[in-house]
Every structure is written in structure tokens, then in C-alpha cells.
Design a protein around this ligand. Structure first.
Ligand SMILES: *Cc1c(COP(=O)(O)O)cnc(C)c1O
Length: 375
């Protein structure tokens, strides 16, 4: 069986985890945490990076930092992971769902402005499969109405919008290092703060609402409770595990991008199937490879066809506007035809570092055979 995902280990994880345990500094914000943060601060010039225990946590920090209070409205796509919405719901926000684009699962930036009301506080964009949302358009709307922009960059490590790294464009962004992501440490994440005014407060929210970080830098002579916050720091051994991956960042990324390209070339001439599109302003980062089937029935047939041939493919999000939680909280929601389309028709193919060229070619051949038999 070719699995859908297999977390890649570089082999150094255990070495650094052991070193972190033996160093006697096991809680958060130690040397490995700082190495990881500096690594990303070099990739995202001008940004402040704080490791968190998950992307969900980083999004919760964004909701606190954006001053979301009960009754505030937050615009975000329906076709996304639960956490994109959940982090804001926890602060009492009303979620206003935007549809996906006809050509991309990411949110349709042309639909945002009509959703803005006097209560709107923030826009959360999701760079699905590491493909950028049209950030110039989003930032212009935010500027016009005084809104905060948060990038859910969980899938967007090492991807670019008009040459700018994703995660560095909105006021804040959140990355994930969950085992299903390109760079992983089991469970992990990172908050990125781009807005100068939010940097100091981010550190306080990160450290349970205390000004502990300032104290340790010698900027204040005692520390205490000064703001909202929670326990968002990962332990040092988690950062140590992440560091092992970051040392192999280029190697991991170059293989993953090659896998994406091989799928793309192989599947280009298969009839009836739509491949992912890249707008000219975005790169891809070898995170997800998906197909768009013509119907939910066809997708179910293809999943089964691949399964009996030893290939594990999966569908992705169930649109949040149709979730049980939203129904319970009284938000039946509007019709979002494209979110429904991706919910029904998007199929993800096996994608992991150790996937072999022969396996990719075999998967491509099976998909080709499936559609030839349909023709
Ligand atoms: C993976 C993912 C998350 C959640 O990441 P965790 O690190 O598991 O909290 C959030 N949003 C998107 C778009 C994701 O893909």
C-alpha cells in the first residue's frame, strides 16, 4: 500500500532531542527554540517569529492580538481547516464565510468587500496547498476599512507571492509543523508578527500574559501579569526536533517540489480531470497535490479504484459553513457553491518526502487508466 502521508525524519531528531534533555533546560524558549525562530526570521525579514505548540495556538494568539471581542465579525473562507475559524470563535467572534475562487480552493478576494460591515474586525486568508491568495487585493480592502489581516500560512512554508514570502504580508500569520506538513515536529506551530505595534504584546501573550521575556532581557526589574495570554510555548525537545528538520530545509523542499512537478507533468494529458492551477503571482511549495474530479460520485469511484490498486488517496475539507457546529450555533450560512465544489470534488494524492518516482509514475498510470476507461 502506498500511504497518503509518511512523516519524514532526517535522522538528527533523536540527537538534538537527547541534547536538549541533557542540557537541563527542557521548558520553552531555550536555545533550540531561538535557533528555529532565527532561522525563520532570516527567511521572513522584518518579522518576529515565536514558536508555538501548534498552528491552532498561533491562530488563537492572532485572535487575542487582533483584539477580537464578542460580536466582532471575522471574514474567512469556508473551505479550510476547523482551526482557522475556531481560534476566532473562542474570542466570541461571529464568522462570516467567504466562498472559494472558481480556479482555486483559496478564498475569492473579489467576494470580500461585500461582506464587510461596521462590525468587521479581521480577514483571515488561507494559502491552500501553499498557493497564495491575491494579497495586494486583500491588503487594499483591509487598509480601506481598517481591518487586521491574518494569514493562515499552515501550509505555506517556502512559498511566495510576487516574490514575497507567504506569512510576511498580513499583520500576522500562523504556520504549522504538524506531522502532515512539509517541515514537522509532530505537533508544532509558529506565530509570525509583521506589524511593529503588535510585536511586544505578542511576546506577552505567548508567555501567559506576563512580561517575563522583557525581564529576562533585563529591560524591567520584575515581571508579572500584564495582559491576556496562555501557555503557547513548546518544550525545548519539540524545538530540538524541529531544528533537525530545519537543517535539512532545502533538501526536503527540493524533493517535495520535484514530486509535485512529476505529478503535474504525468497527469497533464489525462482527460476529464482538472489539475491545480498556479496564478502568475504565486509559486507552489510542494505541499499538496490535488485533482478536481467532475462529481462527488466520480471522486468516490476513483478513491476506490486507487485503493484496490494499493494507493491511499483522500478528500479534504468539509466546508465549515455546513458544519454541525455552525448549524448548532445558528449560522446556517449563505450558499457557497465553490466551497461546496471543492468539498465534493477535490482529491489529494499521496505526498511525502520518501515517495519514489516509480510510485508517482504508478499512481499517474492508475489515474490515467481510470479516466481512459471512462472516456
Ligand atoms: C494544518 C492546518 C492547521 C492546523 O495546524 P495545527 O498545527 O495542527 O494546529 C490550520 N490551518 C490550516 C489551513 C492547516 O492546513
Amino acid at each position: 500500500m502506498i500511504p497518503f502521508n509518511k512523516p519524514y525524519l532526517t535522522g538528527e531528531e533523536i540527537t538534538y532531542i537527547q541534547a536538549s534533555l541533557e542540557a537541563g533546560k527542557i521548558s520553552g524558549n531555550g536555545p533550540y527554540t531561538q535557533k528555529c525562530e532565527h532561522f525563520f526570521e532570516e527567511k521572513l525579514p522584518g518579522s518576529k517569529c515565536l514558536l508555538t505548540t501548534s498552528c491552532t495556538d498561533a491562530l488563537e494568539m492572532c485572535a487575542i492580538l487582533a483584539d477580537i471581542y464578542p460580536g466582532d465579525e471575522v471574514i474567512l473562507p469556508s473551505y479550510t481547516f476547523v482551526s482557522t475559524a475556531l481560534a476566532f470563535v473562542r474570542q466570541g467572534a461571529k464568522i462570516v464565510f467567504a466562498d472559494s475562487r472558481p480556479d482555486l480552493p483559496g478564498l475569492d478576494e473579489t467576494k470580500i468587500e461585500a461582506l464587510v460591515t461596521p462590525r468587521t474586525k479581521a480577514i483571515v486568508v488561507v494559502h491552500y496547498a501553499g498557493v497564495a491568495c491575491d494579497m495586494d487585493v486583500v491588503m487594499a480592502i483591509a487598509e480601506k476599512y481598517g481591518l487586521v489581516v491574518i494569514e493562515d500560512a499552515a501550509q505555506a512554508v517556502d512559498s511566495f507571492y510576487k516574490g514575497r514570502p507567504l506569512g510576511s504580508i498580513g499583520h500576522m500569520s500562523a504556520f504549522s509543523f504538524h506531522e502532515t506538513k512539509n517541515i514537522q515536529c509532530g505537533e508544532g506551530g509558529m506565530l509570525v508578527v509583521n506589524d511593529e505595534h503588535l510585536k511586544k504584546r505578542a511576546e506577552i501573550v505567548w508567555e501567559k500574559g506576563t512580561n517575563r521575556a522583557e525581564f529576562f532581557r533585563g529591560e524591567v526589574n520584575k515581571y508579572g501579569w500584564v495582559d491576556l495570554g496562555s501557555s503557547f510555548l513548546p518544550a525545548e525537545y519539540v524545538a530540538a526536533c524541529l531544528w533537525a528538520q530545519l537543517e535539512h530545509f532545502e533538501q526536503i523542499q527540493s524533493r517535495r517540489k520535484a514530486i509535485w512537478e512529476r505529478y503535474y507533468r504525468g497527469l497533464q494529458s489525462v482527460p476529464h480531470v482538472r489539475l491545480p492551477q498556479l496564478p502568475d503571482y504565486s509559486t507552489h511549495n510542494g505541499h499538496i497535490f490535488y485533482l478536481l474530479c467532475r462529481s462527488q460520485e466520480e471522486r468516490a469511484e476513483l478513491i476506490n479504484y486507487l485503493k484496490v490498486r494499493g494507493i491511499h488517496s483522500v478528500f479534504h475539507y468539509l466546508s465549515l459553513h455546513k458544519s454541525t457546529f455552525m448549524a448548532k450555533s445558528g449560522g446556517g450560512g449563505p450558499e457557497l457553491p465553490y466551497a461546496d465544489f471543492y468539498t465534493d470534488c477535490l482529491l489529494r494524492l499521496p505526498f511525502f518526502y520518501e515517495l519514489k518516482d516509480e510510485e508517482i509514475d504508478y499512481i499517474v498510470k492508475c489515474i490515467n487508466d481510470f479516466y481512459l476507461q471512462k472516456a
